[in-house]
Design a binder for this molecule. Structure first.
Ligand code: ACM
Length: 509
């Protein structure tokens, strides 16, 4: 059955059979959902699914379902007809993904499949998500991922009713987005001469140059592709740390005007960070102006994590800045820096997002926080008045190995399927009345150990399906056993991933 588990599901006997003459009755406002259904189902099934006023599959906006929230929907399948209703186009899109999953798994294939009876089981479904933010972060800085893969990844998110692609576009090892007036960001900052192969302790190097960047048209195309599937692309530009690629391109943005730094080739936390002078701040505002132009997302991520103060403690200019501002020490420049940038984004109507250690009291409550270290950090951020998307390392970092096998791909210290599916992003016992400050949950795919899209898929699935489930399903709707348990549903879901050609390690039945 379905992944994620719907809020309410009644199974009945019988099937609705789709045939060459099956048509869609598309009511006003449901056109995009009809296009999505047709464009995903016709290539495999060969069914044309034309729009006709007497079509037996009805897609309709229905204000009566507004009680299900902005993403809820209802599906009724009888032997004679299919009815998909929602109060919003987003709800209809989720209903389309449910219909895709209810079809036999080969319906998800990109190429024609013969000999499969294209049937939908008779069901009554009423469904809505628990959280408004159900995301996956993909790091395209450590390893560049082709734009075609980003489109495919968005399609996979949508199939799982995930609605945010958080794109980590810049880091020490690569800058992936062009910015007018700053051509060296992608000419120089997008390329490194070599990469460490595997973990930092391994001592092996891939001596081939690695890099790449997207064009503006590719990024706007991705935003449109995602929007048509109900997915928002949330961009991240890291600052003031994790910025070595920008410093390699423009050394004057750093803390020592005479210092030239090559792009970083190692993994981990880099000591060199942006300067705290007006030119560095102006650079960040320039970059974010372009980011806001390309990405309509209300949320804009500015990083803020893992920013050593070494450069500021040793730099005369930074020490003077800290003194003039009356800061207790150079390390406090991080909060000050991020505050300047957060205020800039807020003034432009956007909501800044940072990783948890960025705020620690320095940032206004409008800033949304991603607490990545522990659940204690999440509660602390909520207590300081921030809204959060839960991203704890122990439950959402899919760059950690899925098992304790020492040969498993990923960082040691497994994040198992059980660690994800058994996790509650906002336990009532911990948050009480503050639970609504938890906007959702998100998986992290840092790509140091994922040089190709195949690696990303293999570490993402099936744990990302589990993340989608905990972000969607009602709290308390946990079926440990039986046909509705996650494990039981995962068997069929593995067949879906097979049909999609996804690299995955779904356990056998
Ligand atoms: C992080 O993993 N440094 C956010």
């Amino acid at each position: 059955m379905l992944v994620p588990l719907p809020s309410r599901l009644h199974e009945r006997s019988g099937h609705f059979v789709l045939a060459q003459d099956t048509a869609l009755r598309v009511m006003p406002g449901a056109e995009a959902a009809a296009d999505l259904l047709r464009s995903t189902v016709s290539p495999s099934t060969g069914l044309p699914l034309p729009a006709r006023s007497d079509g037996r599959i009805t897609l309709t906006l229905d204000p009566a379902l507004s009680g299900l929230g902005p993403e809820g929907y209802g599906v009724t399948i009888s032997r004679q007809a299919v009815l998909l209703r929602a109060a919003t186009p987003d709800g209809l899109r989720h209903g389309v993904q449910t219909l895709r999953q209810l079809l036999p798994p080969p319906a998800l294939s990109a190429t024609p499949v013969r000999g499969v009876p294209w049937e939908l089981p008779c069901v009554e479904i009423t469904d809505r998500p628990r959280f408004p933010w159900r995301g996956a972060m993909l790091d395209v800085a450590r390893h560049f991922m082709p734009i075609a893969f980003l489109h495919r990844f968005v399609d996979l998110l949508a199939l799982h009713k995930l609605n945010v692609l958080h794109l980590h576009l810049t880091d020490d090892q690569g800058w992936r987005m062009p910015v007018p007036g700053w051509p060296a960001l992608t000419a120089t900052g997008a390329w490194r001469p070599r990469s460490r192969l595997g973990r930092r302790t391994g001592g092996l190097w891939d001596e081939r140059p690695h890099g790449g960047s997207y064009t503006r048209a590719e990024l706007t195309g991705l935003v449109a592709h995602a929007a048509a599937r109900g997915v928002t692309v949330v961009p991240e530009i890291e600052m003031p740390g994790h910025a070595r690629a920008a410093l390699a391109a423009y050394p004057h943005l750093g803390n020592d005007p005479g210092r030239e730094l090559p792009i970083w080739t190692d993994w981990g936390v880099c000591d060199t960070v942006l300067g705290v002078h007006d030119e560095a701040l102006a650079f960040c505002r320039d970059v974010l102006t372009e980011v806001m132009d390309v990405f309509p997302s209300r949320h804009v991520h500015i990083g803020g994590d893992e920013c050593p103060a070494t450069d500021w403690e040793t730099g005369e200019q930074a020490r003077r800045r800290a003194r003039e501002l009356g800061l207790p020490d150079a390390a406090a420049l991080r909060g000050w820096f991020l505050r300047q940038i957060a205020d800039f984004l807020i003034a432009h109507g956007r909501t800044p997002v940072t990783w948890d250690e960025a705020e620690e009291g320095a940032l206004p409550p409008e800033v949304m926080t991603m607490p990545w270290r522990t659940t204690g950090h999440a509660r602390a951020a909520v207590a300081r008045g921030h809204r959060v998307v839960a991203t704890p390392i122990r439950h959402t970092y899919l760059d950690y190995a899925p098992t304790d096998d020492p040969d498993a791909l990923g960082h040691p210290g497994a994040v198992t399927l059980q660690d994800v599916i058994g996790w509650d992003p906002a336990p009532a016992a911990e948050y009480g009345a503050d639970a609504s400050a938890v906007l959702g949950a998100q998986a992290q795919l840092w790509t140091e150990l994922m040089p190709t899209p195949a690696h990303v898929e293999y570490l993402a699935f099936p744990r990302l399906a589990a993340l989608a489930e905990v972000a969607w399903r009602a709290p308390g709707a946990v079926h440990e056993r039986g046909p509705r348990s996650f494990d039981a549903r995962l068997v069929r879901h593995g067949a879906r991933l097979d049909a999609l050609g996804v690299h995955h390690r779904t356990p056998p039945a």
